[in-house]
Design a binder for this molecule. Structure first.
Ligand code: AMP
Length: 169
């Protein structure tokens, strides 16, 4: 919805990885065990995929990245990549949702994901606390940091996100 609103591309690292697994290509084989266990894919692999993806011309007018960076190492590598591309981040959106609600949403969404089981959700929440929560601290001081309440309906959350973002150009 955000990508559509701003007419920019939506890049989801998780979707790229799921597609690679479906295609059973080299990347898919490399990442499968991490994905299925609810663990993070190694930083270098993720950063290489992001760099290669955004090098395509269609990313020249802006993009929204969803699910990246998930570690401070990825954030540092992304800063370096952006500097080389002469780009800056307009906004970093942190959506806050209590663990219990995340678990309920994941267990009821029926998308057939191998990592959407109760056991894997617990692993993913632990990985989030250990690896991804520090990314918030990394960005928190920056002016473009936006913390948004991620509870409620999709429309409510979308409106909250839009009011936290710059006006359409
Ligand atoms: P998602 O679709 O964002 O929930 O991601 C699903 C899975 O893909 C994660 O649990 C990780 O195994 C992997 N993944 C996606 N994005 C990243 C990332 N930025 N860093 C490491 N692993 C990732």
């Amino acid at each position: 919805m955000i990508a559509e609103h701003y007419n920019i591309i939506h890049l989801s690292t998780g979707s790229i990885f799921r597609k690679a697994m479906e295609e059973e290509n080299e990347l898919g084989q490399l990442i499968e065990s991490f994905m299925n266990d609810g663990q993070l894919v190694p930083d270098q692999t993720v950063v290489d995929v992001v760099e290669e993806t955004i090098s395509s011309e269609e990313f020249d007018n802006g993009y929204i990245i969803d699910g990246f960076p998930r570690t401070v190492e990825q954030a540092v590598a992304f800063d370096d990549l952006l500097e080389r591309r002469g780009e800056t981040i307009d906004a970093f959106i942190s959506l806050y949702v209590p663990d219990k609600e995340l678990e309920n949403r994941i267990l009821s969404r029926n998308e057939g994901r191998s990592d959407d089981t109760r056991e894997k959700v617990n692993v993913r929440l632990k990985v989030y606390q250990k690896e991804t929560a520090p990314v918030l601290e990394y960005y928190q001081q920056a002016k473009m940091f936006r913390s948004v309440d991620g509870t409620g309906t999709v429309d409510e959350i979308f409106q909250r996100i839009l009011s936290a973002l710059p006006k359409k150009r």
